[in-house]
Ligand binder design. Structure first.
Ligand code: S3P
Length: 171
């Protein structure tokens, strides 16, 4: 896999801590912060939950592909938190930058999530289906990333790992 641009892309299952780490990385690196779900919600002026309910998942996946292509073509020096399904449906995720997969077990995710966090995610309303989805996806996440981060590490250690592996900023 070649490194195409100087963005840092965080991938991983819902609740794996992508946005949390991305904010922190942006602070530490001085890079801009982007979240693909936020970009889609602001363009559509409605929530992900509403998009799924009114137009269905495939419509949302098409939007994710559009946003990903736009990032690959136009965005530089940014930290990008991706929606949990993005690298599953958009295989060219590495075109956007250096991809870090947030590696964490499903049980550890469950232990961190409260009911409000589950409720805003249409694919997390049924816990056993979410668990199945996690097992189906795990190998794809790993294969479509340049690096795997142990997402149970303290934030500072994750930031050092990203700084060192990406070589894009120093602390
Ligand atoms: C999804 C994850 C969500 C959001 C949508 C679908 C998925 O993002 O994109 O609800 O398919 O895993 P987060 O990973 O930020 O929760």
């Amino acid at each position: 896999m070649s490194l195409k641009s100087d963005n840092i892309i965080l991938t991983g299952f819902m609740g794996s801590g992508k946005s949390h780490l991305a904010h922190y990385l942006a602070q530490k690196s001085g890079f801009w912060f982007l979240d693909t779900d936020d970009l889609i919600e602001s363009e559509q002026q409605r929530s992900i939950k509403e998009i799924f309910a009114s137009n269905g998942e495939s419509y949302f996946r098409a939007m994710e592909a559009q946003v990903s292509g736009w990032i690959a073509r136009n965005v530089r020096q940014s930290i990008v938190a991706t929606g949990g399904g993005l690298p599953i449906y958009y295989e060219d995720v590495t075109e956007m930058g250096t991809v870090f997969y947030m590696d964490i077990s499903f049980d550890a995710i469950l232990a961190r999530m409260d009911s409000e966090q589950k409720a805003k995610r249409p694919l997390f309303t049924d816990e056993s289906k979410a668990r199945e989805l996690f097992s189906e996806r795990e190998a794809h996440y790993k294969a479509r990333a340049h690096y795997h981060i142990d997402a149970t590490m303290p934030l500072d250690e994750m930031v050092s790992f990203v700084a060192q592996k990406s070589g894009l900023f120093s602390l």
